[in-house]
Design a protein around this ligand. Structure first.
Ligand code: IPM
Ligand code: MN
Length: 335
C-alpha cells in the first residue's frame, strides 16, 4: 500500500493513551506509516530478561520503532526492560534534544541543546556484586569501541545539523581511567573531523552552566558517558518545562527506537490526563530519520502551536486544563 511499516510498542501506564494520540494524529495528517503493535512483556530465560521473539523480529524487519514508556515487571529478578531493549538492538547513541517551546514560559529563554548519551555501558552495564556483606561494587565499564562509535555519531550529528562544536562532558579529573579513555578516544576521533571544533568540560561545570546560562550550548553537540547523559538530559528537560516535552532517539547500526524520556506515570494512567507531546515529538524525530520530514515538520508545528495557544489546550503537567483527548483534537485542528 506504499506505506512504511513501523513497530509500535505502546508501553505501560500512560503508554497506551499517548500512543493512541499519536496514531490519531498520524491518521489525520495522512502520514504514510502503518504501525505494527507488539507486546514486549519479557520472560526470564536463564536469568536474563528476554524480549518476545515476535517483537524482536518486528523491530528488525521494520528497522524503526516508536516506543511508549515501559515499566519493568517487579519481583521476578528482571533487568530493566528499557535497558534490555537498548542492549538487544545495540542502540549505542541516545540523542536527546531540548528546545524552548515558544508560548510556554519558563525562567529560561532560547534553550536549544543537543545531548548525545552513550547508551550501552558505563554504570548501566549491570555488573554488580557483593564483595562481603556491607561492601558492594557496581562496575562502570567503558570501552574504546563503544566510546568511538558514540563520539563518531556525535561528530556526524554536528556535521549534518550545522552545529559547529562537539563538547565532551566528562569527569576524567577523578575517573582518570574510564573517563580518561572516553576523552582520549574523542581526541582521536576528532582528528577525522577538522572542520568541527572539539571541546572538553567537566560534568559539574557543565551542570552549572546549563542551569545558569543554557544559551551557551546552542552551537554545541554534547556527548558523554551513559549516566551523565541520563542526568543532564533530565536537567535540560527541566529548563524547558519538563519531561512531558522532550523526545529522544536510540540509534543503532541496524535499528532505531524513538521514545519519550519520561516514565509510565502510573499515578495518572487511564485518567485521560497524560501529555502525549514527548512521544509525538519523538515520532517527529522518527519521521525525520525516515526522511519523511514533510510530515514530521507538519506534526511538530501543530504540536507547538497547540501548546502555545494557551492553558485550555495544554495538559496539567504544563499548567493547563486539557485532557489528552482535548489536546489531541487541538493538534489535529492545527495540522
Ligand atoms: C531514561 C530513563 C531510563 C534510564 C530508565 C527508565 C532505565 O530514565 O531513558 O532516561 O535511566 O536510562
Ligand atoms: Mn532518565
Amino acid at each position: 500500500n506504499g506505506k512504511y511499516s513501523v513497530t509500535l510498542v505502546p508501553g505501560d501506564g500512560i503508554g497506551p493513551e499517548i500512543s493512541k494520540a499519536v496514531e490519531e494524529i498520524y491518521g489525520a495528517a495522512d502520514v504514510p506509516v502503518d504501525f505494527e503493535s507488539v507486546d514486549v512483556t519479557p520472560s526470564l530465560i536463564n536469568g536474563i530478561t528476554t524480549i518476545p521473539k515476535p517483537a524482536v523480529d518486528s523491530i528488525y524487519k521494520n528497522t524503526v520503532a516508536l516506543k511508549g514508556p515501559l515499566a519493568t515487571p517487579i519481583g521476578k529478578g528482571h533487568q530493566s526492560l528499557n535497558l534490555t531493549l537498548r542492549r538487544t538492538f545495540g542502540l549505542f547513541a541516545n540523542v536527546r534534544p531540548c528546545r524552548s517551546v515558544e508560548g510556554y514560559e519558563t525562567p529560561y529563554k532560547d534553550v536549544d541543546t543537543v545531548l548525545i548519551r552513550e547508551n550501552t555501558e558505563g554504570e548501566y552495564s549491570g555488573i554488580e556484586h557483593i564483595i562481603v556483606p556491607g561492601v558492594v561494587q557496581s562496575i562502570k565499564l567503558i570501552t574504546k569501541k563503544a566510546s568511538t562509535r558514540v563520539i563518531q555519531y556525535a561528530f556526524e550529528f554536528a556535521k549534518t545539523s550545522g552545529r559547529p562544536k562537539v563538547l565532551v562532558v566528562h569527569k576524567a579529573s577523578i575517573m582518570k581511567m574510564s573517563d580518561g579513555l572516553f576523552v582520549q578516544t574523542a581526541k582521536e576521533v576528532g582528528q577525522q573531523y577538522p572542520e568541527i571544533e572539539l571541546g572538553f568540560e567537566l560534568l559539574d561545570n557543565t551542570s552549572l552552566k546549563l542551569a545558569s546560562n543554557p544559551g551557551l550550548f546552542k552551537d554545541v553537540v554534547m556527548v558523554m558517558p551513559n549516566l551523565y547523559g541520563d542526568i543532564l538530559s533530565d536537567l535540560s528537560s527541566g529548563l524547558i518545562g519538563g519531561l512531558g516535552l522532550t523526545p529522544s532517539g536510540n540509534m543503532g547500526e541496524k535499528v532505531a527506537i524513538f521514545e519519550a524520556v519520561h516514565g509510565s506515570a502510573p499515578d495518572i494512567a487511564g485518567k485521560g490526563l497524560a501529555n502525549p507531546t514527548a512521544l509525538l515529538l519523538s515520532s517527529c524525530m522518527m519521521l525525520q530519520h525516515m526522511k519523511l520530514n514533510k510530515y514530521g515538520d507538519k506534526i511538530q508545528n501543530a504540536v507547538l502551536k497547540t501548546i502555545a495557544s494557551g492553558p485550555e489546550n495544554r495538559t496539567r503537567d504544563l499548567k493547563g486544563t486539557a485532557s489528552t483527548e482535548h489536546f489531541t483534537r487541538a493538534v489535529i485542528d492545527n495540522l
